[in-house]
Design a protein around this ligand. Structure first.
Ligand code: MN
Length: 203
């Protein structure tokens, strides 16, 4: 099978105390796994089985809603797990650091704008840092399991960093306090991975 349910890149408790063990366990082994299983079922026997996921996203408007929701749920979660790590946080360096400062005036201002995007996303969804087709950074958010690679996205781009702001991502530890979860997220960001994505996206 072309699409794999990739292993979590760390243990369930690796992101403690910022994101708790039970949340990571249920989020990965139940929520993410269900999106994966439903994605595989939704594409069974179709042309999508042999397509690149990015080509599925580019054409997502012509496929059933079950494909849109579950391909996004499958991809977005894999992307989210990889942009976190134990003892993460801090700041990016090099080209990405320069681009963030140039675009948002400072790293703190970038953090504020990204956080606000997640805090104000109504209902369930994701906040993103992306690269547009002119090579500029921008922040956006998407509803449900949509992402900026999909042709239906309000603003399309190459994703570099994401945060899941569905309640299942934080409710066990933070209950209704989504802003506290978003503030804690900065302590586990894997900037090496985000930098790698940026440099790949520039090519
Ligand atoms: Mn989720």
């Amino acid at each position: 099978i072309k699409f794999e349910f990739q292993p979590l890149p760390y243990s369930y408790d690796a992101l403690e105390p910022f994101i708790d063990k039970m949340t990571v366990d249920i989020h990965y082994s139940k929520h993410h796994k269900a999106y994966y299983d439903n994605f595989i079922n939704a594409i069974k026997g179709t042309e999508m089985e042999s397509m690149d996921i990015k080509d599925i996203f580019k054409n997502i408007s012509k496929y059933p809603m079950a494909v849109r929701n579950n391909s996004g749920g499958y991809f977005n979660h894999t992307f989210y797990w990889k942009n976190m790590k134990a003892h993460g946080g801090g700041q990016p360096t090099g080209k990405l650091s320069d681009a963030i400062t140039k675009t948002f005036s400072s790293f703190d201002e970038f953090k504020k704008q990204f956080s606000d995007e997640g805090k104000t996303r109504f209902g369930s969804g994701w906040a993103w840092l992306c690269l547009d087709d002119k090579g500029n950074l921008f922040i956006c958010s998407t509803p449900n399991q949509d992402n900026p690679l999909m042709n239906i996205a309000e603003k399309k781009g190459i994703p570099l960093l994401t945060i899941d702001v569905w309640e299942h991502a934080y409710y066990l530890k933070y209950q209704n306090k989504r802003p506290d979860y978003i503030d804690a997220f900065w302590n586990v960001v894997n900037w090496e991975e985000v930098t790698r994505r940026y440099e790949t996206a520039l090519k």
